[in-house]
Design a protein around this ligand. Structure first.
Ligand code: PGA
Length: 288
């Protein structure tokens, strides 16, 4: 059993100037329970690519060296999963889908079930990405039910949460995160195959990355939330990864934060060398 390391320490007090430095406005003390889990990097290719681009990206990724002690997962669009599965070096990279259906197989036109992913050999699925929450109206409850179903089907789940700019500016970050997390807590029985991705919506695809202090503040908060609900053993082994404009230039500083256990990467996952740099930012957090 991995031990947790919890301590009380003051929050870094940087001056608030502009969006990316705006404090979330709660207590000045964070309970920090650093994770002992293996570093995890996901590449979310979103609805990008063509046969030619995907082939090129797979070749680039295969040429990169990835530390053995990091879990790296690539999530191509559904239509390319078969090609990627056959050609990507799976000693280095695992595969994820970007979404799945809320239940099992049946008359659900256009959907793919967790059971089908499991059957096809795709071990992970991203659920609750903010683009799906916003564009496809996926509620906290739907995301939580999908997560529980995918876990029951044997998949690992990268469950995404995060606040919008408006929610941050109105000081409701923790309220929003509480509701997103509580829905998951209500449905998920076994957390051993869950990775939580904190992705502030204002940072996704905008080039406005959260500061390391902002990300750490939220990650420590989430770990505290999980410790209170699920106990320190679950909270210290659960990976909490950060997503939102992570790139090869900002990943190192973010990775040094105590409660950041990896990244979910969009744009920068479409270039093999950038993605590999991000995977290598694990440094001492890589565990074999
Ligand atoms: P981004 O996307 O890295 O392009 O900001 C992250 C994500 O949406 O997972």
């Amino acid at each position: 059993m991995l031990a947790s390391r919890c301590s009380l320490r003051p929050t870094a007090s940087r001056p608030a100037s502009g969006v990316a430095r705006m404090p979330v406005g709660r207590s000045r003390l964070n309970v920090v329970c650093a994770s002992n889990a293996k570093f995890f990097v996901g590449g979310n290719w979103k609805c990008n690519g063509s046969v030619g681009n995907v082939r090129k990206l797979v070749d680039e990724l295969n040429a990169e060296s990835i530390p053995a002690g990091v879990d790296v997962v690539c999530a191509p669009p559904y239509i390319y999963i078969d090609y990627v599965m056959q050609h990507l070096d799976r000693d280095k990279y695992q595969l994820a889908a970007q979404n799945c259906w809320i239940g099992g197989n049946g008359a659900y036109t256009g959907e793919v079930s967790a059971e089908q992913l499991q059957d096809f050999g795709v071990p992970w699925v991203i659920l609750g990405h903010s683009e799906r929450r916003a564009l496809c109206n996926e509620s906290n409850e739907v995301v939580a039910k999908k997560t529980a179903h995918a876990l029951a089907a044997g998949l690992g789940v990268i469950a995404c949460i995060g606040e919008t700019l408006e929610q941050r500016q109105s000081g409701s970050v923790f309220k929003v995160l509480d509701a997103q997390m509580q829905a998951l807590v209500d449905e998920v029985k076994d957390w051993s195959k869950v990775v939580v991705a904190y992705e502030p919506v204002w940072a996704i695809g905008t080039g406005v990355v959260a500061t390391p202090e902002q990300a750490q503040e939220v990650h420590a908060y989430l770990r505290k939330f999980l410790t209170a609900r699920l106990g320190s053993s679950v909270a210290s082994t659960l990976r909490i990864i950060y997503g939102g404009s992570v790139n090869d230039a900002n990943c190192k500083e973010l990775s040094l934060q105590e409660d950041i256990d990896g990244f979910l990467v969009g744009g920068a996952s479409l270039k093999g060398s950038s993605f590999a740099t991000i995977c290598n930012a694990a440094g001492k957090k890589a565990k074999i």
